[in-house]
Ligand binder design. Structure first.
Ligand SMILES: [Zn+2]
Length: 431
């Protein structure tokens, strides 16, 4: 007997469009896609006749526990926001706060259809514990900073231990990458050491590259090279590497990223809010760079809603370039699902195909704003809302049903997150 039959849903795929089909899930994976009819026996059946059935969203970049800092230091430039508002509060974080901040992020992400998220932060054992307990899938990195030979060594050791403890854990739901923060917080020598460690441990790497003009100008003044060139020269691009942002790319940078097969996490909401600019995504796509979509942390977004991110990605490049043909709905839908999986080097995530992980979302179509059913894939990008999410399945396990978290205590998570947020703001009196 197989685990689950999802019957007669409208399957959405970036390359396949929309088609009616049944999906059979067993032992955490999709076993078959097509017409099942009356054959077979299943522990559970779901009627998806009124639903779109799509791969869960893959959030390619973020800092989950920054949910605790949501709404703090809004409307400031990146460096002032980081140095004056974020870092002093992050200094007061502990494992418990990171755990509850991550739980809050996971609750928000699951309810809005995200089944895989990416994280670079601190107290990562507590993040991994939250992932293990909740059933979501995640790609985790301990953030690493190092500008001198001595500094950063302990973070290198921490990262290695974190890889050994958690890579492939929780039934394969947790993958670990190394996470050197950025070329302006890590020296080229340090990045080279990270590249060597990544090769030795056989794990990919994630980092931030060229988020702002300020960063690029600083690197050019200091080293005579762009951040992209620094990362290339460090050897880090000879490893599987996903680069977040890539907003301010200079002459030749796109060619380097394409040639080195670096993948990119595009975070339009965060880049817009921090006034960083608009990444040259059409140019990257034209050169064949794999681009996924991310929300970044909730302090610079200020939510973790991948549908909003899809809509921003679909709109801003059209507007900025005065070209309505750029980033069509299929491309953006792929960035949030299939291309997102590839950007994270997860080859069995982001698609509804036999052999892939059973990370599946059922969206209610019986809604005024999704009617008429002219083009459901377009509706998902241009019209859908998180409240349309009905069912969320990760690794074959049903985590959201009827729009509600099945296993998690949402009220408790919000109360604990509220308490931790007061604590790191240095406000212990509540209110
Ligand atoms: Zn980031």
């Amino acid at each position: 007997m197989e685990d689950l039959l999802i019957r007669n849903g409208l399957l959405l795929g970036a390359s396949t469009g929309a088609q009616r089909a049944d999906i059979v899930v067993d032992k955490g994976r999709i076993v078959s896609v097509g017409a099942v009819g009356t054959m077979g026996a299943f522990r559970r059946e779901m009627d998806a006749s009124n639903h779109a059935v799509m791969p869960g969203f893959v959030n390619c970049h973020g800092h989950a526990a920054m949910t605790l800092l949501r709404g703090i230091g809004d409307d400031l430039p990146l460096h002032q926001w980081l140095e004056e508002e974020m870092w002093p509060r992050e200094d007061r974080l502990d494992g418990e706060a990171v755990y509850w901040g991550t739980m809050l992020a996971i609750a928000e992400m699951l309810k809005s259809g995200t089944t895989t998220f990416t994280d670079m932060y601190f107290f990562m054992d507590d993040v991994a514990r939250a992932v293990e307990e909740t059933g979501i899938r995640a790609v985790l990195s301990r953030g690493m900073i190092g500008t001198s030979e001595e500094e950063g060594s302990s973070r290198m050791e921490d990262s290695e231990e974190f890889v050994r403890r958690w890579h492939g854990a929780a039934g394969g739901r947790i993958s670990v990458m190394l996470g050197p923060h950025a070329p302006y917080t890590c020296s080229e020598t340090y990045l080279s050491r990270v590249a060597n460690l990544s090769a030795r441990l056989a794990v990919p790497v994630q980092t931030h590259i060229s988020e702002t003009e300020h960063e690029v100008e600083t690197m050019l003044a200091r080293h005579g090279k762009t951040p992209v060139e620094i990362v290339r020269d460090s050897g880090l691009m000879d490893r599987p590497l996903i680069a977040a942002h890539c907003v301010d790319l200079r002459q030749g940078d796109i060619e380097i990223l394409a040639e080195k097969e670096v993948t990119v996490a595009h975070n339009p909401g965060s880049n817009l809010k921090l006034g960083s600019g608009i990444a040259p995504i059409p140019g990257l796509l034209e050169k064949g760079v794999v681009v996924g979509l991310g929300t970044d942390g909730a302090a610079s977004n200020n939510n973790l809603d991948m549908m909003e991110e899809m809509r921003l990605a679909a709109l801003i490049h059209k507007g900025a370039n005065r070209q309505p043909t750029l980033l069509p709905a299929e491309t953006v839908f792929s960035m949030a699902t299939e291309a997102g999986g590839r950007a994270l080097f997860l080859d069995d995530v982001g698609r509804l195909e036999p052999g892939c992980r059973a990370d599946i979302v059922l969206m209610c179509l019986n809604r005024p704003h999704l009617t008429p059913a002219n083009n459901i894939l377009s509706h998902m990008v241009y019209a859908a809302q998180p409240s349309d999410v009905d069912t969320v399945i990760v690794d074959g396990r049903v985590l959201v049903e009827g729009g509600r978290l099945v296993e998690l205590d949402e009220e408790k998570i919000m109360a604990e997150a509220e308490r931790c947020a007061r604590q790191i703001s240095g406000d212990n009196n509540g209110g």
